[in-house]
Design a protein around this ligand. Sequence first.
Ligand code: PMT
Length: 398
Amino acid sequence: MLNGKHIILGITGSIAAYKAAMLCRLLVKEGAEVRVIMTPLAKQFITPLTMATLSKHPILVEFFNPENGEWNSHVSLGEWADMLLIAPATANTIAKMTTGIADNLLLTTYLSARSKVAVAPAMDLDMYAHITTQQNLQTLAQRGVAIIEPAAGELASGLIGKGRMAEPEDIVEQVKAIFAEAEHRTLAGKRYIVTAGATIEPIDPVRYITNHSTGKMGYAIAEELARRGAEVKLISGRTTLPAPKGVERIDVLTAEDMYNAAVKEWNKADGAVMCAAVADYTPAVVADHKLKKSDSDMRIELKRTKDIAAALGANKGSRIFVGFALETDNEEANAEGKLQRKNFDFVVLNSLRDKGAGFAGDTNKVTLIDHTGSQEHPLMSKREVAAIIVDKIETLNS
Ligand code: PMT
């Protein structure tokens, strides 16, 4: 899997530097070509001779060789690398990476690298838990740096806690996973809208009309699209779920809010998946005070909401447009009607008659219906359902 991959192994000044020897050996054994850059302090923890022998290349530390003036170009190194892996990464190096300080060859190479970057932090438990370190790691993660979490255990200080660099075997597995994910970014450059969750239609400042959608199905789809490289705008009704990694969430409340957000984003999108459970009716008048009860019955007049999918479908063009159909009877016929009326490329039918399907749970049972036929799937996790939906989007894209 790592055959022919160019990996720069950056070593910083930590006691965990001794593990870099094993890490280098494992990477080379997996077929990777490894160049090692050490910070000046790292040389005090492990010798350049050890690392040069294991990587089969001279170690790089300084910007140039004082003996002959030979230049170690961080720009060429950054271009050469398929991955810059900094293991161990000290709190100091992590902090410098977040602020752009470039006072050694490793940091200048980081700033020049166009490749994937991964860091395996190693430090004392309190340094690792410190808000500054945590915020720095969060910043790097938001910029796309993969963080290889440290393990908990006995630390060099004798204290016990989280901060030990991950074991070399685990780091190699994560490096493989990072490459595997990068190679599966089939939707890179595509922009998708996903609607998810339930809308809320206020009756008065206290009461509202809603439904049972939790957002789980739509969030799984947004996550899967982002994992495959798409830029995702998740237009979300109220849920308790956190936004998936790499996804931009736009929070809305009512069907009208969701309509406005979706129509605005549709202009810039290459496709959309309409998974939200949108209210079809909303109170004709929203009382601005709490409605008082009386002894007689009450009637609330409802008016139709706008059909978001129908509006986007009317202006679909050649873009990929996926809808859902939540049914309780005449499932296929109803779903096919929605496929035609709303101009979807395909509809994901889920029926509340199927156990484990529909609202709230972690599973769903779906049938994908397009203009040529239908494909029924067994009960599976919502993540797996998201994967088959995105697989179909990929085939339509190609
Ligand atoms: O969120 P979970 O708890 O995980 O539950 C997932 C789910 C059951 C909500 C999901 O799998 C699902 O079925 N979503 C669609 C629910 C729905 O409203 O279906 P519908 O058959 O009423 O609507 C058909 C399509 O038109 C849907 O794509 C819907 O998003 C869209 N629509 C409907 C009404 C409206 N005013 N605007 C719309 O865009």
